[in-house]
Design a protein around this ligand. Structure first.
Ligand code: UDP
Length: 316
């Protein structure tokens, strides 16, 4: 049986990854300091192969016993969160990645870093291929996340080259689905919450900026495939179907059947104008293709948000 450490395992992606690994028969150690993750994302797990460790990955990690895989997924990931937790975001990407790589080196484990499309910044190449080096404002409000993740990629490659660690780098594009925090500030949770509670949908800027949204089960499938592959260079994972944020707001009004209005708010600083992954590499290397279309994914997400809003209302 493989023993696998998932940092950030109580987060949106981390918890889905824990589920997939348990499904694959791994023993899973889920590490999280719960600043943006939540035990609620783990309550459904009923397995004696699952262990939760409340620990801040930026502090020294002492793991007992063998470890076969380390997935370093800990980090605030919503722009609102990484503005609020700016120093923690920089620390988890730098010190945290260093510590997680240290575990991989010590245990001779495979290592995967959750990198991001944010390393491309406000891209001058469109769609973005892995060979594009990016256009990041280092000192802007998003710089804390972008540069921490760029550092993570660099130190991961350094450990691969210097110590021969079996590493993987995924660049994750916008992903959505159940277990996103309804108040995490990202577009889909915001629009759904607003639509379901009769508030205006807040489109930033004129809504012409684009993103490409991947449903969480597709992303997790790609992650598992990449870990099994022997590929060390970065791989984009995301759904290449690109949509403007105004269209997304309209779509959410449609799926929720809400009568809310759309209003426009100022565009946050350095908000990328376009984003779409080129997934040729993932297709060729991993035989991977996103399968869940936007309607289906939004419906499943809507069911989750409806339930979590009802649960919040029921709280005393
Ligand atoms: N956005 C928006 N309204 C919101 C939240 C976000 O129009 O209530 C926009 C945001 O400006 C960005 C896009 O939606 O252009 C995606 O933002 P998100 O925070 O989901 O993630 P990002 O891709 O910027 O990391």
């Amino acid at each position: 049986m493989e023993r696998t450490l998932v940092t950030g395992g109580a987060g949106f992606l981390g918890s889905h990854l824990c589920d997939a690994l348990l499904q694959e028969g791994h023993e899973v150690i889920c590490m999280d300091n719960l600043i943006t993750g939540s035990r609620d994302n783990l309550v459904h797990i009923d397995s004696d192969r699952f262990h939760f460790m409340r620990h801040d990955v930026t502090r020294r990690i002492d793991m007992k016993g063998p470890i076969d895989n380390v997935f370093h997924f800990a980090s605030p990931a919503s722009p609102v969160d990484y503005l609020e937790f700016s120093i923690q975001t920089m620390k988890v990407g730098s010190l945290g990645t260093h510590n997680a790589l240290g575990v991989a080196k010590n245990k001779q484990a495979r290592f995967m870093i959750a990198s991001t499309s944010e390393i491309y910044g406000d891209p001058l190449e469109h769609p973005q291929k892995e060979t594009y080096w990016g256009n990041v404002n280092t000192i802007g409000p998003r710089g804390v996340y972008d540069e921490a993740k760029r550092f993570s990629e660099a130190i991961t490659m350094a450990y691969h080259r210097a110590h021969g660690i079996d590493t993987r780098i995924i660049r994750i594009f916008n992903t959505y689905g159940p277990r996103m925090r309804i108040k995490d500030g990202r577009a889909i949770p915001n629009f759904m919450f607003q639509a379901l509670t009769g508030q205006d949908l807040t489109v930033y800027g004129d809504g012409s900026q684009t993103r490409s949204f991947c449903y969480v089960s597709d992303l997790i499938d790609g992650i598992v495939r990449l870990m099994r592959s022997g590929h060390h260079d970065p791989v984009n994972l995301g759904n290449p179907v690109e949509i403007s944020l105004l269209e997304m707001a309209e779509k959410i009004l449609q799926v929720t059947g809400s009568k809310s209005k759309i209003i426009f708010k100022p565009l946050p600083e350095d908000d990328p104008k376009v984003r779409q992954p080129d997934i040729t590499q993932a297709r060729n290397l991993l035989g991977w293709e996103p399968r869940v279309d936007l309607e289906e994914g939004l419906q499943a997400t809507l069911d989750y948000f409806r339930t979590s809003i009802d649960a919040q209302k029921a709280e005393p």
